[in-house]
Write a protein that binds this ligand. Sequence first.
Ligand code: AQP
Length: 327
Amino acid sequence: MKRVFSGMQPTGDLHLGNYIGALKRFIPLQEEAECFFCVVDLHALTVPRDPEELRSKTLELAGLYLAAGLDPERSALFVQSHNPAHSEGAWLLQCITRMGELGRMTQFKDKGKGSDSATAGLFSYPVLMAADILLYQADLVPVGEDQKQHLELTRDLADRFNRIYGEVFKIPEPQIGETGARIMALDNPEKKMSKSADSSLNSIQLLDDPDLILKKFKRAVTDSENRIRYDRENKPGISNLLDIHSVMTGESVDSLVERYRDKGYGHLKIDTAEAVIQELKPLQERFRDVMESGEVQRVLARGAERAREVAGETLSRMQQAMGLVSK
Ligand code: AQP
């Protein structure tokens, strides 16, 4: 059976981009693979956070995984910091990582903005991500397009480690969706939808109520051509709406373009909002039930136990291969 690993940061409210690019795609993978899904709280510390908020967002994110359909009987759901192997494995991998390759990571350049006060954690975060994945000997890593570069680094580090110290790691494959791998911001379709955006009109949050979802779609930035066609470069706003609509309803982008050809942008915006509202309604209801049931902590404890078992085995092999004396 194949292994799957993926994680999401508890850094704010999960948005439609996180859902389409990652969370929604996790659920069917449970049918065919042994899955490890993680709330990557250590990654969240790379920029300053309010401790209380981080704690509550961590539990909320775990609740959203469950509400989206993660089955704890089949998959391990856990919090990254509950498995110390991630930090230990990351250190060992840092010792074979080159400063130059981390300096080329676009997310560091975007978030660090070239400032001297960017943290060492932000700089080395892709190595922690590599450890997250490699410790589970994952075959597949479902992620959005923005993580492609980090996945390439993960593969390079696994390959380098295997060449220097002998075969320890499986080389994982990224699994990036064909449609919706990069959902763009509603208020600026040149940029990706993001948790850390300043404006509330940037994103649809998974727990937004229907009125707010409709309002945000109605205000979505498009263009002045008033003709519906798919062209990500010249019509990023309309193409983004078509991508979202397509993933929500399963109708192909080509068929949507055909159907909306003679209709205005307003129609497309309202129907896309409606499709999102319908998709999120059951998730929002289940989320409320899950959070009230008090089962989240129990699921996380069980998931962490399984995660420690599997990752611990790989960590021991890394330590042994690198010449550390066994305990
Ligand atoms: N806009 C997006 N479209 C498609 N997929 C996306 N992902 C993120 N944004 C989009 C995917 O969601 C998963 C979890 O992401 P993360 O929690 O690691 O956060 P991130 O990639 O740093 O993205 P955010 O949500 O924009 O957070 P901030 O603002 O804190 O950087 C990943 O698989 C990611 O690819």
